[in-house]
Write a protein that binds this ligand. Structure first.
Ligand code: SAH
Length: 219
């Protein structure tokens, strides 16, 4: 069964979620809150989860993957400090929800997913919603997208065991990368700023649980 289209009930629930993100989670970036208010998250979920789509919960999506909590999406996006017109590389398209939030902020999004089912699903959804990234790739995010590099911002939505050096190479000087890193199920969220071609600033933002960043693709 397909979830129902965006109604005033969904819009009302989104508004309550945005209030929660601002007041309880501490999301202060107006552009992030406004994008979350705009994107119908329930349309990225299976219809059985529709009633809970605007609660701060993660849900299973295809290929045993997970759509992140709205608070995690909001935190990661706020840490990215992205401005309209900037080039953003996203690793782990998943459902496409985070992609849609970045597109709604007028970022030029290039996104990579290694699971074919999710690549197909997200491509269809984003097109239907009119929230299309610049480029969507079915591939291994460890390699980034060298053809389109360099990027102003890089966001990784899966947990990496070590810092993927190829991604760092594809980041502009002055650019920022937000990435959860650590062993499976217990990552720390980091922000790296490329101060010069050889210097990195590293900031830490607490513990999270992301699905693992895996190599190669899976059909
Ligand atoms: N941002 C997504 C979160 C999806 S979970 C959303 O809003 O729904 C993380 C995603 O990263 C999964 O879909 C997983 O398949 C993908 N992933 C894991 N390793 C990857 C890699 N090396 N390259 C690209 N995608 C990867």
């Amino acid at each position: 069964m397909k979830p129902t289209l965006d109604s005033f009930v969904h819009k009302g629930k989104r508004r309550i979620l945005v209030d929660y993100l601002r007041e309880k989670v501490g999301i202060t970036d107006f552009a992030v809150l406004s994008a979350i208010n705009h994107v119908p998250r329930h349309l990225f979920l299976e219809s059985i989860f529709e009633d809970y789509a605007y609660e701060d919960r993660a849900f299973p999506i295809a290929a045993k993957q997970t759509i992140s909590h709205p608070s995690t999406v909001a935190e990661q996006t706020m840490l990215l400090e992205v401005s309209a017109g900037e080039k953003v590389l996203e690793i782990g398209t998943g459902s496409g929800y985070q992609t849609a939030v970045l597109v709604a902020m007028d970022a030029l999004v290039y996104t990579v997913e290694r699971q074919k089912d999710l690549f197909d699903f997200s491509q269809k959804k984003l097109k239907e919603m009119g929230l299309r990234p610049k480029f969507q790739s079915f591939g291994d995010g460890f390699a980034g997208l060298p053809t389109f590099a360099p990027f102003d911002r890089i966001i990784v939505t899966c947990g990496a065991e070590i810092l993927p050096m190829e991604l760092l190479k594809q980041l502009k000087t002055g650019g920022k990368m937000v990435i959860p890193m650590g062993p499976t199920d217990e990552q720390i969220l980091y922000r790296f700023t490329k101060i010069s071609p050889t210097e990195l600033e590293k900031e830490e933002f607490g513990a999270y649980k992301f699905v693992p960043m895996l190599g190669n693709t899976s059909k």
